[in-house]
Design a protein around this ligand. Structure first.
Ligand SMILES: [Zn+2]
Ligand SMILES: [Zn+2]
Length: 303
């Protein structure tokens, strides 16, 4: 296997479309991961903060590992330096909020910010199963879910995946086909004529063990139009390593695809976070050889 050094430049941005969603970012295990959705004003993780991230107002953090979190405050401070007035909002797993605040404070003190001038950025603690509307995009909602990733002793580090929903109000079935004047009248009479609809646009697994893909509690991930899953390991003899390091092996993706093929609504499955030891050719060859043909059209390698 030949190492491909061009894969390893975290500022070399990968840009691609997965259906309606444009994804710009970088993701190599241990180096850096950040995934921007410019049109949706949203970014997952901030392991690197290129200038293109400055305009993005909402950032979700999956977990605390440095290759995902390192540039969170660089994002915050670059925006202030560039004169962006709107405060950015950081959506962080609830169990990480306290240590994140301590880390942010220590970093500010390290940089010599006077205590009196120190101010925490806007942080929204994310709890499993709670839908949260994005601060500046009322049409978009987030729902985080816990995933199993790295284990320390008996405990897993707090890690979450996230689904981004398009949130709309639609006319209830019984009112479809009514004239506009009738609808206006019903509304004026205080009749509740709409129902809430949540369309799952994209789900990010974050760093996670392959078994999360087959967890019945997480079945909803297969309803998203786009599913972004890590695929750190692809070689035949690395399944045990994937398990030990809390990551997903390509064989777990194949199992999950087979298990969900009758019910899945995903049109695209983006694989990211490949180990830094693989070349681009090796990754593409592994997908070609290991993902069954019936799913291959859905698969996009984020390299
Ligand atoms: Zn990672
Ligand atoms: Zn990690």
């Amino acid at each position: 296997m030949q190492e491909n050094k061009s894969l390893h430049n975290a500022l070399r941005q990968v840009r691609l479309h997965a259906g309606k969603v444009r994804l710009c970012g970088f993701s190599v295990s241990g180096l850096a991961t950040y995934l921007q959705l410019p049109e949706l004003d949203f970014c997952v993780d901030m392991g690197e903060c290129p200038v293109s991230a400055i305009g993005i107002n909402h950032v979700f953090l999956t977990h605390a590992h440095g290759d995902h979190s390192r540039c969170l405050m660089r994002h915050h401070s670059l925006r202030r330096m560039m004169g962006v007035e709107r405060p950015s909002v950081y959506y962080i797993p609830k169990d990480l909020v306290k240590s994140a605040e301590e880390w942010i404070h220590s970093e500010a003190m390290f940089e010599g910010v006077p205590e009196a001038r120190f101010k925490l950025p806007k942080i929204v603690p994310m709890e499993a199963g709670e839908k949260v509307t994005l601060a500046y995009r009322k049409d978009l909602m987030l729902e985080a879910f816990p995933v199993k990733h790295a284990q320390v002793g008996k405990h897993f580090l707090p890690s979450m995946g996230v689904t981004l929903y398009n949130h709309k109000n639609k006319l209830k079935e019984e009112f479809l086909g009514l004239e506009p004047a009738e609808i206006i009248k019903l509304r004026a009479d205080g009749v509740n004529i709409t129902r809430e609809v949540f369309d799952p646009l994209i789900t990010f697994m974050g760093d996670s063990l392959g078994e999360n893909l087959n967890d019945p509690a997480l079945n909803a991930i297969w309803d998203s139009e786009v599913l972004v899953s890590e695929c750190t390991f692809v070689d035949d003899d690395e399944e045990e390593m994937a398990q030990k390091k809390g990551h997903t092996h390509i064989s777990a993706i194949v199992n999950a695809l087979n298990a969900h093929k009758e019910t899945m609504k995903c049109k695209f499955i983006v694989l990211n976070h490949f180990s830094m030891k693989y070349s681009a050719e090796h990754i593409l060859e592994s997908i070609q050889n290991k993902i069954p043909e019936e799913f291959r059209e859905k698969i996009i390698a984020f390299i």
